[in-house]
Design a protein around this ligand. Sequence first.
Ligand code: SF4
Ligand code: SF4
Length: 68
Amino acid sequence: MAKVTFREDRCKGCELCTTVCPKHIVQMAKDRLNKKGFHPAEVVKQEECIGCAFCATICPDAVIEVEK
Ligand code: SF4
Ligand code: SF4
């Protein structure tokens, strides 16, 4: 199982990462805001991640890190 981590306070809420995940497990956290005032992206079902790193690759702000 891959592990996905977010430098949450760098997220600008653009939602790009949510559009590329083949497992549809990257979503915006609607229950909180980061330091910039945006709903940050998060992974909702970590156990389903296949480690493709599409999310990390598309993020313009290097928020996401994927460890295999
Ligand atoms: S590494 Fe791939 S499967 Fe895992 S959250 Fe990112 S886009 Fe989705
Ligand atoms: S692509 Fe990066 S900046 Fe955009 S919502 Fe996802 S984590 Fe945040």
